[in-house]
Design a binder for this molecule. Structure first.
Ligand SMILES: NC(=O)C1=CN([C@@H]2O[C@H](COP(=O)(O)OP(=O)(O)OC[C@H]3O[C@@H](n4cnc5c(N)ncnc54)[C@H](O)[C@@H]3O)[C@@H](O)[C@H]2O)C=CC1
Ligand SMILES: CC(=O)C(=O)O
Length: 312
């Protein structure tokens, strides 16, 4: 039977995910839920009109009960950043939203893999894991899937190769403390610095600083320009949903509760992980240099401290 994907919170991010999933044809049915039912209804109707051009996906809106039987539920409910605002500043407001949303989703779709997009996504993933009582591998935050895409895109552009042929990851927080893992970045199977030298596109300190800024500050720039980011994360959530529904065993940088990472216990953050129908089934911790390891420790510490302050 074709898979059902539920999406709770269908503003800019939830609707972009629904649109990407509908066009990709990976789900048989997409159910949109929002605490503004008229918005969910309108998004479903609009996206349904795109479907005949691409797939046979059924797109509908409804209340939580319509999520029954869903294999995957994406949660993108809550507030987004105003220009200049950090993701972390959203925490108390979005924790309050999740206090009601997660229980409703678990009640109607107890077997679903939960994909969390709401910011600050790592802490929201930790909160969702606690509220749901699910094993950590079944509650997956989109984490740095988007930052990794930004990193690959900028590196690919600099080196003149496709982003899909760049193997490079962003680790830690999806946010200001994230860690670009330069030391393990590769073009095909060649170290990024060697390849850059071969093609006459050296990664100077200035290039490195520009790419770092292009990744780390992307959301701030886009939000200043258009009020939100949605297409990148919409495609990222589609990619993650596909890895689950098709049991791909894809390696993606996503956030789950992790017992011990970079010397910090019990924290949700991103490292490359294997994603398949059972959720996350393995981690692939890159072999970082000393500076990156220290930066990952700081990022993990920050996230663990924030999550410890949340009272549910
Ligand atoms: N993980 C990532 O890489 C990214 C995460 N985000 C985050 O995604 C979240 C959503 O952002 P946008 O879609 O731009 O915001 P939005 O304001 O456009 O949409 C949020 C939706 O959530 C709904 N909502 C609020 N409380 C709800 C509840 N209790 N139950 C059901 N629905 C509820 C609202 O009615 C609204 O439709 C934000 O926290 C934002 O920061 C945004 C971009 C990238
Ligand atoms: C808003 C956000 O988290 C992003 O675009 O990275």
């Amino acid at each position: 039977m074709a898979a059902t994907v539920g999406i709770v919170g269908v503003g800019l991010v939830g609707s972009a995910a629904a649109y990407a999933i509908a066009l990709s044809g990976i789900a048989g049915r997409i159910v949109l839920v929002d605490h503004v039912p008229a918005l969910a209804q309108a998004q479903a109707e609009d996206i349904a009109h795109a479907v005949p051009f691409a797939s046979a996906t059924q797109v509908e809106a409804g209340d939580y009960d319509r999520l029954a039987g869903a294999e995957v539920v994406i949660i993108a409910a809550g507030v987004n950043q105003k220009p200049g605002e950090t993701r972390i500043a959203l925490l108390s407001r979005n924790a309050a939203v999740f206090a009601s949303v997660v229980g409703e989703v678990r009640r109607v779709a107890p077997d679903a893999i939960l994909l969390v997009a709401t910011n600050p996504v790592d802490v929201m993933t930790e909160i969702t894991t606690r509220l749901s009582g699910l094993p950590p591998g079944r509650v997956i935050g989109s984490g740095t899937i988007l930052d990794t895409a930004r990193f690959r895109s900028l590196l690919g552009r600099h080196l003149g190769i496709s982003p899909q042929s760049v193997h490079a990851y962003v680790l830690g927080e999806h946010g200001d403390s994230e860690v670009l893992a330069w030391s393990t970045a590769r073009a095909g199977s060649v170290g990024i610095r060697d390849f850059a030298a071969q093609v006459g596109a050296a990664i100077t300190d200035q290039v490195r600083a520009e790419i770092d800024d292009g990744v780390r500050r992307a959301a701030y720039r886009i939000i200043a320009g258009k009020g939100a980011t949605n297409y990148g994360i919409g495609a990222g959530l589609m990619r993650l949903t596909r890895a689950v529904l098709r049991d791909e065993g894809a390696v993606l940088s996503v956030s789950i509760h992790t017992p011990l990472v970079a010397g910090v216990r019990d924290v949700a953050l991103s490292i490359p992980r294997v994603v398949n129908r059972r959720g996350v089934t393995a981690d692939l911790m890159p072999d970082l240099d000393a500076a990156e390891t220290e930066a990952l420790h700081r990022s993990a510490r920050l996230l663990a401290d924030l999550a410890a302050e949340v009272r549910l």
